[in-house]
Write a protein of this length. Sequence first.
Length: 412
Amino acid sequence: MQAYVMDFGSMLLRWLHVTTAIAWIGSSFFFMHLDASIRQIGDIPAGQGGEAWQVHGGGFYQMRKYFVAPGSLPEEITWHKWQSYWTWISGFFLLVWVYYAQASLFLIDPNVLALEPLQAAAIGIAALALGWLVYDQLCKSPLGKNDNLLALVGFGFVVLMSYFFTRVFSGRGAMIHTGALMATMMTANVFMVIMPNQRKTIAALERGEKPEPKYAKQAKQRSSHNNYITLPVLFMMLSSHYPVFWSNAAVIPAIVCLVIIAGAVIRHFYNVRHAHHGKSPWWAWGVAALAMWTAFYVAMTASPGGRLQLGLAPRVIPNAIVAKAQLPPQNVVDIITGRCAMCHSSDPAWEGIQIAPKGVLLDTPERIAAHAAQIEMQAVLTHAMPPNNITEIEPQDRQQLAVWLKHATHVE
Protein backbone atom coordinates (compact mmCIF):
# COMPACT_ATOMS: atom_id res chain seq x y z
CA MET A 1 0.00 0.00 0.00
CA GLN A 2 2.80 2.43 0.90
CA ALA A 3 4.45 2.11 -2.52
CA TYR A 4 1.17 2.86 -4.29
CA VAL A 5 0.60 5.93 -2.09
CA MET A 6 4.15 7.20 -2.69
CA ASP A 7 3.88 6.72 -6.45
CA PHE A 8 0.40 8.27 -6.74
CA GLY A 9 1.32 11.17 -4.44
CA SER A 10 4.44 11.85 -6.48
CA MET A 11 2.40 11.91 -9.67
CA LEU A 12 -0.21 14.31 -8.24
CA LEU A 13 2.44 16.67 -6.89
CA ARG A 14 4.35 16.58 -10.16
CA TRP A 15 1.14 17.27 -12.10
CA LEU A 16 0.35 20.28 -9.91
CA HIS A 17 3.95 21.48 -10.09
CA VAL A 18 4.14 21.34 -13.88
CA THR A 19 0.71 22.94 -14.32
CA THR A 20 1.45 25.90 -12.07
CA ALA A 21 4.95 26.26 -13.55
CA ILE A 22 3.45 26.52 -17.04
CA ALA A 23 1.14 29.30 -15.82
CA TRP A 24 3.96 31.16 -14.06
CA ILE A 25 6.53 30.87 -16.83
CA GLY A 26 3.94 31.80 -19.44
CA SER A 27 2.97 34.98 -17.61
CA SER A 28 6.62 35.84 -16.93
CA PHE A 29 7.60 35.49 -20.57
CA PHE A 30 4.52 37.41 -21.70
CA PHE A 31 5.13 40.39 -19.43
CA MET A 32 8.81 40.56 -20.41
CA HIS A 33 7.66 40.64 -24.03
CA LEU A 34 5.04 43.26 -23.17
CA ASP A 35 7.63 45.45 -21.42
CA ALA A 36 9.90 45.25 -24.44
CA SER A 37 7.11 46.19 -26.85
CA ILE A 38 5.86 49.27 -24.94
CA ARG A 39 5.93 52.40 -27.13
CA GLN A 40 5.62 56.05 -26.24
CA ILE A 41 2.17 57.68 -26.71
CA GLY A 42 0.92 61.21 -26.27
CA ASP A 43 -1.44 60.41 -23.40
CA ILE A 44 1.42 59.46 -21.07
CA PRO A 45 4.34 61.85 -20.42
CA ALA A 46 7.67 60.81 -21.90
CA GLY A 47 9.61 58.49 -19.67
CA GLN A 48 6.58 57.62 -17.54
CA GLY A 49 5.01 54.84 -19.59
CA GLY A 50 3.60 53.79 -22.92
CA GLU A 51 1.32 51.30 -24.62
CA ALA A 52 1.38 48.17 -26.76
CA TRP A 53 -1.24 46.49 -28.91
CA GLN A 54 -1.75 42.72 -29.02
CA VAL A 55 -4.00 40.54 -31.13
CA HIS A 56 -5.12 37.13 -29.87
CA GLY A 57 -8.13 34.86 -30.15
CA GLY A 58 -9.86 37.05 -32.70
CA GLY A 59 -9.69 40.19 -30.57
CA PHE A 60 -7.44 43.21 -30.07
CA TYR A 61 -5.91 44.26 -26.77
CA GLN A 62 -4.69 47.77 -25.95
CA MET A 63 -2.28 47.58 -23.04
CA ARG A 64 -0.77 50.50 -21.19
CA LYS A 65 2.07 50.52 -18.73
CA TYR A 66 2.88 53.20 -16.15
CA PHE A 67 6.48 52.91 -15.02
CA VAL A 68 5.62 54.04 -11.50
CA ALA A 69 1.83 54.27 -11.18
CA PRO A 70 -1.22 55.74 -12.93
CA GLY A 71 -2.86 58.91 -11.74
CA SER A 72 -5.74 56.94 -10.27
CA LEU A 73 -6.51 53.30 -9.58
CA PRO A 74 -9.28 51.26 -11.22
CA GLU A 75 -11.74 49.36 -9.06
CA GLU A 76 -10.30 45.96 -10.01
CA ILE A 77 -6.67 44.92 -10.45
CA THR A 78 -5.45 41.44 -11.37
CA TRP A 79 -2.47 40.33 -9.30
CA HIS A 80 -0.05 37.79 -10.74
CA LYS A 81 1.37 35.94 -7.76
CA TRP A 82 -0.33 32.61 -7.07
CA GLN A 83 1.21 30.98 -10.14
CA SER A 84 4.59 31.61 -8.53
CA TYR A 85 3.56 30.63 -5.02
CA TRP A 86 1.97 27.35 -6.01
CA THR A 87 4.86 26.42 -8.27
CA TRP A 88 7.21 26.70 -5.31
CA ILE A 89 4.83 25.11 -2.79
CA SER A 90 4.18 22.09 -5.01
CA GLY A 91 7.87 21.85 -5.90
CA PHE A 92 8.92 21.93 -2.27
CA PHE A 93 6.48 19.20 -1.30
CA LEU A 94 7.66 17.17 -4.29
CA LEU A 95 11.24 17.61 -3.05
CA VAL A 96 10.17 16.38 0.38
CA TRP A 97 8.10 13.52 -1.04
CA VAL A 98 10.76 12.17 -3.40
CA TYR A 99 14.15 13.22 -2.02
CA TYR A 100 13.67 13.61 1.72
CA ALA A 101 11.18 10.77 2.28
CA GLN A 102 13.35 8.46 0.13
CA ALA A 103 16.70 9.97 1.00
CA SER A 104 18.66 6.69 1.02
CA LEU A 105 17.72 6.09 -2.61
CA PHE A 106 17.97 9.53 -4.16
CA LEU A 107 19.72 12.01 -1.88
CA ILE A 108 22.31 10.38 0.38
CA ASP A 109 25.49 8.96 -1.10
CA PRO A 110 27.58 7.35 1.68
CA ASN A 111 30.69 7.73 -0.49
CA VAL A 112 30.19 11.50 -0.41
CA LEU A 113 28.93 12.03 3.14
CA ALA A 114 27.28 9.58 5.51
CA LEU A 115 24.12 11.36 6.59
CA GLU A 116 20.91 10.39 8.31
CA PRO A 117 17.76 11.26 6.33
CA LEU A 118 16.80 14.03 8.76
CA GLN A 119 20.29 15.50 8.55
CA ALA A 120 20.19 15.51 4.75
CA ALA A 121 16.76 17.17 4.74
CA ALA A 122 17.90 19.80 7.24
CA ILE A 123 20.97 20.64 5.15
CA GLY A 124 18.87 20.90 1.99
CA ILE A 125 16.23 23.18 3.51
CA ALA A 126 18.80 25.34 5.31
CA ALA A 127 20.79 25.75 2.09
CA LEU A 128 17.70 26.94 0.22
CA ALA A 129 16.91 29.51 2.91
CA LEU A 130 20.53 30.68 3.26
CA GLY A 131 20.92 30.87 -0.51
CA TRP A 132 17.98 33.25 -0.76
CA LEU A 133 19.32 35.44 2.06
CA VAL A 134 22.74 35.76 0.41
CA TYR A 135 21.22 36.56 -2.98
CA ASP A 136 18.82 39.09 -1.45
CA GLN A 137 21.66 40.87 0.33
CA LEU A 138 23.68 40.97 -2.87
CA CYS A 139 20.76 42.72 -4.58
CA LYS A 140 20.43 45.22 -1.72
CA SER A 141 24.17 45.90 -1.59
CA PRO A 142 25.94 48.49 -3.79
CA LEU A 143 26.20 45.71 -6.39
CA GLY A 144 22.48 46.14 -6.96
CA LYS A 145 23.15 49.43 -8.75
CA ASN A 146 25.10 47.64 -11.48
CA ASP A 147 22.91 45.03 -13.16
CA ASN A 148 25.72 43.38 -15.11
CA LEU A 149 28.07 43.08 -12.14
CA LEU A 150 25.25 41.83 -9.92
CA ALA A 151 24.34 39.18 -12.52
CA LEU A 152 27.97 38.03 -12.70
CA VAL A 153 28.32 37.74 -8.92
CA GLY A 154 24.94 36.01 -8.60
CA PHE A 155 25.96 33.59 -11.34
CA GLY A 156 29.16 32.75 -9.47
CA PHE A 157 27.23 32.26 -6.23
CA VAL A 158 24.86 29.70 -7.80
CA VAL A 159 27.79 27.76 -9.30
CA LEU A 160 29.52 27.83 -5.90
CA MET A 161 26.38 26.49 -4.24
CA SER A 162 26.20 23.69 -6.80
CA TYR A 163 29.73 22.71 -5.75
CA PHE A 164 28.65 22.74 -2.10
CA PHE A 165 25.76 20.42 -2.88
CA THR A 166 28.10 17.95 -4.58
CA ARG A 167 30.09 17.76 -1.31
CA VAL A 168 27.09 16.69 0.76
CA PHE A 169 24.60 14.95 -1.56
CA SER A 170 24.50 12.44 -4.38
CA GLY A 171 24.94 13.82 -7.89
CA ARG A 172 21.20 13.65 -8.48
CA GLY A 173 20.51 15.36 -5.17
CA ALA A 174 23.09 18.07 -5.92
CA MET A 175 21.57 18.89 -9.30
CA ILE A 176 17.98 19.03 -8.04
CA HIS A 177 18.95 21.22 -5.08
CA THR A 178 20.79 23.65 -7.36
CA GLY A 179 17.61 24.00 -9.40
CA ALA A 180 15.53 24.27 -6.22
CA LEU A 181 17.81 27.04 -4.93
CA MET A 182 17.31 29.11 -8.08
CA ALA A 183 13.57 28.43 -8.01
CA THR A 184 13.45 29.56 -4.37
CA MET A 185 15.16 32.80 -5.35
CA MET A 186 12.54 33.33 -8.05
CA THR A 187 9.50 32.81 -5.82
CA ALA A 188 11.04 34.73 -2.91
CA ASN A 189 11.58 37.62 -5.32
CA VAL A 190 7.84 37.64 -5.95
CA PHE A 191 6.80 37.16 -2.33
CA MET A 192 9.45 39.29 -0.59
CA VAL A 193 10.10 42.12 -3.08
CA ILE A 194 7.80 42.39 -6.08
CA MET A 195 4.44 42.03 -4.30
CA PRO A 196 5.36 44.19 -1.25
CA ASN A 197 6.70 46.95 -3.50
CA GLN A 198 3.52 46.95 -5.55
CA ARG A 199 1.47 47.18 -2.36
CA LYS A 200 3.58 50.17 -1.24
CA THR A 201 2.89 51.88 -4.55
CA ILE A 202 -0.85 51.30 -4.24
CA ALA A 203 -0.87 52.48 -0.62
CA ALA A 204 0.84 55.72 -1.65
CA LEU A 205 -1.75 56.31 -4.38
CA GLU A 206 -4.58 55.69 -1.96
CA ARG A 207 -3.10 58.30 0.39
CA GLY A 208 -2.97 60.74 -2.49
CA GLU A 209 0.83 60.69 -2.54
CA LYS A 210 3.24 60.18 -5.42
CA PRO A 211 4.79 56.67 -5.20
CA GLU A 212 8.54 56.38 -4.95
CA PRO A 213 10.10 55.19 -8.25
CA LYS A 214 12.60 52.98 -6.40
CA TYR A 215 9.93 50.42 -5.59
CA ALA A 216 9.05 49.89 -9.24
CA LYS A 217 12.74 49.76 -10.16
CA GLN A 218 13.50 47.13 -7.53
CA ALA A 219 10.54 45.01 -8.61
CA LYS A 220 11.56 45.26 -12.26
CA GLN A 221 15.11 44.16 -11.45
CA ARG A 222 13.94 41.05 -9.59
CA SER A 223 11.43 40.27 -12.33
CA SER A 224 14.24 40.42 -14.90
CA HIS A 225 16.32 38.04 -12.79
CA ASN A 226 13.43 35.59 -12.73
CA ASN A 227 13.11 35.80 -16.49
CA TYR A 228 16.77 34.93 -17.10
CA ILE A 229 16.83 32.18 -14.46
CA THR A 230 13.78 30.30 -15.80
CA LEU A 231 15.34 28.17 -18.56
CA PRO A 232 18.31 26.93 -16.47
CA VAL A 233 15.93 25.99 -13.64
CA LEU A 234 13.79 23.95 -16.01
CA PHE A 235 16.86 22.11 -17.31
CA MET A 236 18.07 21.23 -13.81
CA MET A 237 14.66 19.95 -12.76
CA LEU A 238 14.33 17.78 -15.86
CA SER A 239 17.92 16.53 -15.62
CA SER A 240 17.01 14.33 -12.63
CA HIS A 241 15.59 11.90 -15.21
CA TYR A 242 18.82 11.86 -17.26
CA PRO A 243 21.73 10.51 -15.20
CA VAL A 244 24.40 11.37 -17.74
CA PHE A 245 24.23 14.97 -16.45
CA TRP A 246 24.75 14.16 -12.76
CA SER A 247 26.38 10.72 -12.57
CA ASN A 248 29.78 12.34 -12.01
CA ALA A 249 29.21 14.96 -9.34
CA ALA A 250 32.65 16.48 -9.92
CA VAL A 251 31.52 18.12 -13.17
CA ILE A 252 28.11 19.31 -11.98
CA PRO A 253 29.33 22.89 -11.32
CA ALA A 254 30.70 23.06 -14.87
CA ILE A 255 27.42 21.78 -16.30
CA VAL A 256 25.44 24.24 -14.17
CA CYS A 257 27.69 27.05 -15.41
CA LEU A 258 27.21 26.12 -19.06
CA VAL A 259 23.44 25.62 -18.77
CA ILE A 260 23.00 29.01 -17.10
CA ILE A 261 24.95 30.66 -19.92
CA ALA A 262 22.85 28.89 -22.57
CA GLY A 263 19.53 29.71 -20.91
CA ALA A 264 20.47 33.34 -20.29
CA VAL A 265 21.57 34.10 -23.85
CA ILE A 266 18.42 32.47 -25.27
CA ARG A 267 16.27 34.73 -23.10
CA HIS A 268 18.46 37.69 -24.10
CA PHE A 269 17.74 36.94 -27.75
CA TYR A 270 13.99 37.01 -27.26
CA ASN A 271 14.02 40.00 -24.94
CA VAL A 272 15.95 42.06 -27.51
CA ARG A 273 13.95 40.72 -30.46
CA HIS A 274 10.65 41.61 -28.81
CA ALA A 275 11.87 45.12 -28.16
CA HIS A 276 12.12 45.72 -31.95
CA HIS A 277 15.59 47.19 -31.58
CA GLY A 278 16.47 46.47 -35.16
CA LYS A 279 18.73 43.48 -35.64
CA SER A 280 18.12 40.45 -33.48
CA PRO A 281 21.20 39.06 -31.63
CA TRP A 282 21.45 35.85 -33.66
CA TRP A 283 24.88 35.22 -32.15
CA ALA A 284 23.06 34.16 -28.97
CA TRP A 285 22.01 30.87 -30.59
CA GLY A 286 25.61 30.08 -31.47
CA VAL A 287 26.71 30.73 -27.90
CA ALA A 288 23.83 28.64 -26.52
CA ALA A 289 24.56 25.76 -28.90
CA LEU A 290 28.26 25.80 -28.02
CA ALA A 291 27.50 25.91 -24.29
CA MET A 292 25.06 22.99 -24.50
CA TRP A 293 27.38 20.91 -26.69
CA THR A 294 30.19 21.53 -24.21
CA ALA A 295 27.88 20.54 -21.33
CA PHE A 296 26.98 17.33 -23.14
CA TYR A 297 30.61 16.54 -23.95
CA VAL A 298 31.75 17.19 -20.39
CA ALA A 299 28.90 15.08 -19.00
CA MET A 300 29.50 12.20 -21.41
CA THR A 301 33.26 11.96 -21.05
CA ALA A 302 33.16 12.43 -17.27
CA SER A 303 30.45 9.84 -16.65
CA PRO A 304 31.79 6.73 -14.87
CA GLY A 305 31.41 4.61 -17.99
CA GLY A 306 32.20 7.31 -20.52
CA ARG A 307 34.07 6.61 -23.71
CA LEU A 308 37.38 7.83 -22.29
CA GLN A 309 37.32 5.02 -19.72
CA LEU A 310 35.61 2.10 -21.45
CA GLY A 311 35.78 2.96 -25.11
CA LEU A 312 32.00 2.71 -25.32
CA ALA A 313 29.66 5.25 -26.86
CA PRO A 314 26.01 5.55 -25.84
CA ARG A 315 23.85 3.64 -28.27
CA VAL A 316 20.13 3.44 -28.80
CA ILE A 317 18.83 0.03 -29.78
CA PRO A 318 15.40 -1.51 -30.24
CA ASN A 319 14.30 -3.47 -27.18
CA ALA A 320 11.06 -5.02 -28.32
CA ILE A 321 12.55 -8.19 -29.83
CA VAL A 322 15.59 -9.92 -28.38
CA ALA A 323 17.27 -12.74 -30.26
CA LYS A 324 18.32 -15.86 -28.41
CA ALA A 325 21.95 -15.08 -29.18
CA GLN A 326 21.62 -11.83 -27.22
CA LEU A 327 20.60 -13.47 -23.95
CA PRO A 328 23.12 -12.62 -21.23
CA PRO A 329 25.60 -15.19 -19.94
CA GLN A 330 25.15 -16.61 -16.44
CA ASN A 331 27.69 -14.27 -14.84
CA VAL A 332 25.68 -11.25 -16.05
CA VAL A 333 22.40 -12.79 -14.91
CA ASP A 334 23.92 -13.41 -11.46
CA ILE A 335 25.13 -9.81 -11.17
CA ILE A 336 21.82 -8.25 -12.16
CA THR A 337 19.58 -10.59 -10.20
CA GLY A 338 21.83 -10.16 -7.19
CA ARG A 339 22.20 -6.36 -7.37
CA CYS A 340 19.13 -5.10 -9.23
CA ALA A 341 16.27 -7.61 -9.16
CA MET A 342 15.42 -7.02 -5.52
CA CYS A 343 13.68 -3.88 -6.81
CA HIS A 344 13.24 -4.67 -10.50
CA SER A 345 11.08 -7.77 -10.24
CA SER A 346 7.40 -8.64 -10.26
CA ASP A 347 7.62 -9.08 -6.47
CA PRO A 348 10.23 -6.59 -5.17
CA ALA A 349 11.99 -7.60 -1.97
CA TRP A 350 13.44 -4.17 -1.12
CA GLU A 351 11.72 -2.54 1.84
CA GLY A 352 9.26 0.18 0.81
CA ILE A 353 9.18 -0.84 -2.86
CA GLN A 354 6.19 -2.85 -3.99
CA ILE A 355 6.22 -1.91 -7.68
CA ALA A 356 9.26 -2.25 -9.93
CA PRO A 357 10.54 1.31 -10.60
CA LYS A 358 9.24 2.52 -13.96
CA GLY A 359 7.91 -0.99 -14.56
CA VAL A 360 11.37 -2.28 -15.49
CA LEU A 361 11.70 -6.02 -14.68
CA LEU A 362 15.15 -7.61 -14.55
CA ASP A 363 14.40 -10.97 -12.94
CA THR A 364 14.85 -13.26 -15.98
CA PRO A 365 17.51 -13.50 -18.72
CA GLU A 366 14.94 -12.49 -21.33
CA ARG A 367 13.91 -9.40 -19.41
CA ILE A 368 17.53 -8.46 -18.77
CA ALA A 369 18.28 -8.73 -22.49
CA ALA A 370 15.19 -6.67 -23.37
CA HIS A 371 16.50 -3.78 -21.26
CA ALA A 372 20.11 -3.96 -22.41
CA ALA A 373 20.20 -0.31 -23.55
CA GLN A 374 18.81 0.95 -20.24
CA ILE A 375 21.25 -1.22 -18.28
CA GLU A 376 24.12 0.18 -20.32
CA MET A 377 23.12 3.77 -19.65
CA GLN A 378 22.11 3.37 -16.01
CA ALA A 379 24.68 0.86 -14.71
CA VAL A 380 27.68 1.10 -17.03
CA LEU A 381 27.87 4.50 -18.67
CA THR A 382 26.61 6.57 -15.73
CA HIS A 383 26.54 4.35 -12.59
CA ALA A 384 23.18 5.90 -11.73
CA MET A 385 21.95 2.45 -10.75
CA PRO A 386 21.75 1.07 -8.19
CA PRO A 387 20.86 4.45 -6.60
CA ASN A 388 23.93 5.67 -4.74
CA ASN A 389 25.25 2.11 -5.26
CA ILE A 390 23.05 1.02 -2.40
CA THR A 391 23.53 -2.69 -3.24
CA GLU A 392 27.31 -2.19 -3.52
CA ILE A 393 27.87 -3.43 -7.05
CA GLU A 394 31.62 -3.84 -7.62
CA PRO A 395 33.65 -2.16 -10.43
CA GLN A 396 34.55 -5.57 -11.85
CA ASP A 397 30.85 -6.41 -12.02
CA ARG A 398 30.21 -3.31 -14.09
CA GLN A 399 33.10 -4.26 -16.31
CA GLN A 400 31.53 -7.66 -16.92
CA LEU A 401 28.28 -5.93 -17.84
CA ALA A 402 30.20 -3.68 -20.22
CA VAL A 403 31.81 -6.66 -21.97
CA TRP A 404 28.41 -8.31 -22.50
CA LEU A 405 26.70 -5.08 -23.53
CA LYS A 406 29.37 -4.32 -26.12
CA HIS A 407 28.08 -7.32 -28.05
CA ALA A 408 24.45 -7.42 -26.89
CA THR A 409 23.74 -3.87 -28.06
CA HIS A 410 25.46 -4.28 -31.42
CA VAL A 411 22.99 -3.85 -34.24
CA GLU A 412 23.90 -5.32 -37.64
